[in-house]
Write a protein that binds this ligand. Structure first.
Ligand code: NAD
Length: 324
């Protein structure tokens, strides 16, 4: 990463899963980091291990209110939003507000400082895709009134608003469409598949796979996701650009893999499938490779091993939540 290009960074949602890793990677690269979070779904514990590091500070603030950051700002990473289905179904209006009003406040903050904005969008903008794999040119298949729409449409609006600031005001922006990421620091009870499977496997409980388990996902280790976001910040492309792994596997196969990595003999059981749950998910990452020189580096078994180790440690030492 070019530290000069990133400079002093603001990370909204910096106390969340991806955000806390991003803050850590930026500090490792010598950048200064201002983490903005309202702790709606993240926690101060996630960044406790960064608190003493030079150049790091946390501001407790809600992005749906106007944002003020003293000093210089060169790059704003906008990650603040509920992201797990359990969270956004619990916080439907807040999720829409983080994507709409929150994105506007972030773009205004960046405009005030002449900073580049990197929007953390999502593969969910493709909805239940009719094209496979998903290329950035695909417009998606989203149910605008289904329960998931609070997240999917918030991100679609956030992308549209970001492009409007770019076209109308010449804002310097980059849109990342992040596909499912996993790693140390996820909440065991956040409802996403990998932390759920790991928690269940480590506890010797049945591993619950939704539906027949034949729906697919392509999961990316968080270090790789974060490298992609930083590469986009340092580049001068607008995107949108897919950031994700091409290693696609069924949820049933993922459950079996987690069970093997955990050394667990938990049975895999099938439960009901949520409404509008996408059947397929795999990014076309040719653009990221070409424009950012980015592709995932951590093999899935290795990423899962690191994640399981972290979850096992957090079970026995719950006060130590530092994500490596
Ligand atoms: P997370 O819930 O762990 O982190 C989100 C953070 O944003 C939390 O710390 C939360 O407290 C904060 N936040 C929420 N609303 C806020 C508000 N109004 N003001 C200030 N802070 C607020 O989720 P995550 O998995 O780390 O996801 C981070 C971002 O990446 C999200 O924007 C998400 O849409 C995007 N993303 C994540 C994934 C993934 O697999 N994790 C995939 C695609 C996109």
């Amino acid at each position: 990463m070019s530290q000069a290009a990133i400079g002093r960074a603001v990370v909204t949602g910096g106390a969340g899963f991806v955000g806390s890793h991003l803050c850590g990677h930026l500090l490792d690269a010598g950048a200064e980091v201002v983490c903005i979070d309202n702790f709606a779904t993240g926690s101060a514990e996630n960044v406790r291990h960064l608190a003493g590091r030079t150049g790091f500070r946390t501001l407790e603030a809600d992005v749906t209110h106007p944002l003020h950051v003293p000093g210089r700002v060169d790059t704003v990473f906008h990650l603040a939003s509920a992201a797990s289905p359990r969270d956004y179904l619990r916080l439907p209006v807040e999720t829409l507000e983080a994507g709409s009003r929150g994105t506007r406040n972030v773009l205004d903050l960046a405009a005030e400082h002449g900073a580049r904005t990197v929007l953390a969008s999502t593969s969910e903008v493709y909805g239940d895709p009719l094209h496979h794999p998903q290329h950035e040119s695909y417009w998606g298949n989203v149910n605008p009134v289904g329960p998931r729409s609070v997240y999917d449409e918030a991100k679609r609006y956030a992308e549209a608003l970001t492009m409007a600031y770019h076209r109308a005001h010449g804002a310097d922006v980059g849109i990342a469409r992040i596909f499912n990421s996993y790693g140390p620091g996820m909440r065991p009870d956040d409802g996403r598949a990998i932390p759920t499977f790991i928690r269940q496997a480590l506890a010797g409980e049945p591993i619950t796979v939704c539906g027949d388990g034949m729906q697919t996902r392509s999961v990316c280790y968080v270090d790789d996701t974060v490298r992609g976001l930083i590469a986009l910040a340092a580049a001068d492309i607008t995107g949108p650009v897919n950031i994700g792994s091409q290693h696609e596997l069924s949820m049933h196969a993922l459950a079996e893999l987690v069970r093997a990595v955990c050394g667990s003999d938990s049975p895999v059981v099938h439960v009901g499938r949520p409404q509008d749950d996408p059947r397929f998910r795999r990014p076309d990452i040719a653009l990221a490779a070409r424009a950012l020189g980015w592709w995932p580096l951590v093999p899935m078994e290795e990423g899962l091993r690191r994640t399981v180790e972290w979850f096992a440690r957090a079970r026995t030492e719950p006060e130590d939540r530092s994500a490596e």
